[in-house]
Design a binder for this molecule. Sequence first.
Ligand SMILES: [Cu+2]
Length: 507
Amino acid sequence: MLSVGLAGPLRSTKDSRASMTTMGGMSETPTVGGQAKPVTIRTGQPLRALPKLVNQSKTPGVFEASLTAAPARLDVGAGQQTEFWAYNGMIPGPLIEASAGDRVRILFENRIPGQVSTIHWHGMPVPAAQDGNPMSPVTSGSGHVYEFVLPADSAGSYWYHPHPHRLSAEQVYRGLAGAFIVNPKSDPLPRDIHHIMAFITDLRLSATGAIPADDMVDLMNGREGDHLFVNGQQNPVLTLAPGSTCRFRLYNATNARYLRLAFEDHEMTLIGTDGGYVESPVPGLREVLLSPAERADVIVTFRRGSGRTVALQTLPYERGWMGGGKPPSQTLSLLTVRLAGVPVRAAALPARLRKIEELGTPGAIKRLEFGEQMPMGDGMSMSDGGMDPTKMGRGMAAQFLINGKAFKMGRVDLTTKAGQVELWEVVNPTDMDHPFHLHGTQFQVTERERNGSKTKTPYLAWKDTVNIASAETVRLKVRQDMKGLRMYHCHILEHEDQGMMGVLDVI
Ligand SMILES: [Cu+2]
């Protein structure tokens, strides 16, 4: 177990966990920070479409609206009210839908009691000053207008969430997150394909319906809620005619849960990643792994008959776990597709979806290495970039690092020239997986390396978040086109808040 005063890498409990499961199965008991799971949430409601944020502008090519973050009392199907922090009173936040080329102007009002906040436009190519960095906080009781123009080739499945200094994890697990779709000027997909948003979140509730604060287990591993939601509903039902072809925009908007997604007995065809369409559909996928913050756009044709169902499931995934309190490793149903009525003909996909320019020869190489460390000495007096001592027991906390350093406000960690292609090597020698996210642009993953064996990425795709598995190195090409300060960090939000983040200055 962990002890005071040690400086060195933390060990995960992968091995001991495996033997515990074999011996007694005790680790399969659902826990909430060590207590039995007390709340039952309704399932089986018709899947609802995400409510849209209404465009207030009458001018073509302009999207104008307001988002207010404030406490909201809502029932998510538990038969009791829960106090969330919500955008415009909704869990998840309203869907923002704009088109490539649009000018976007969003008035943000922060009514979260006593906390600064920001809105980060995750994955979107917006100017640094408009991107909701922790350096640009909006104080409680005040507002800020975010304004940016969506570039011509920026269509994709993005999202928005708070990014304040050390408070991102709490503000997201209390409910602040929403989807932001940018549509292309002309869409290559045929119109007879159903379009389904699947914005996946998780939630922990106490017996009284309250959202408990992060405990030590959460701070170490990232918080996994006990209840999984699609568009704010637990295991809702989507009814379709047999033979229907569906496009699912799959989002992992959880703090720390890995989603290994599969449709029972149905293959998926990948058509898009974080930054929009891939060049050509990639058929034959049995599963898609989404680490926190990643998105995938997939096509499924439902080939079972009327009266049958097909579940969208998340399968067990070992991401590495430190200490006790590991949630049960199990297959969970996220969404049930019910087939009913007269069969329809499957839709055909176009052979080409878009052109992606391959980023050229890198002019510079950067190496980023994740680290986990026990604090030195009593460790609890850290003033910058460390953990919040009010939330910890003495001597119990880990630190999460990039290149040996915890995030420090005001420090620039890396510098790059606008317009220059770089090769980034992201190295993970720790025992846990960490999803790596970079602001300001999309990148192209070129290669993964593990135990000396290298795998080239088989197709071009734009990504803003990529999982770096334990003991893995991921190489990616990236070019920043806009000057200013950009964050890069682990998207397990508790790790980000506890220092696994740096600042890139684009000059
Ligand atoms: Cu992490």
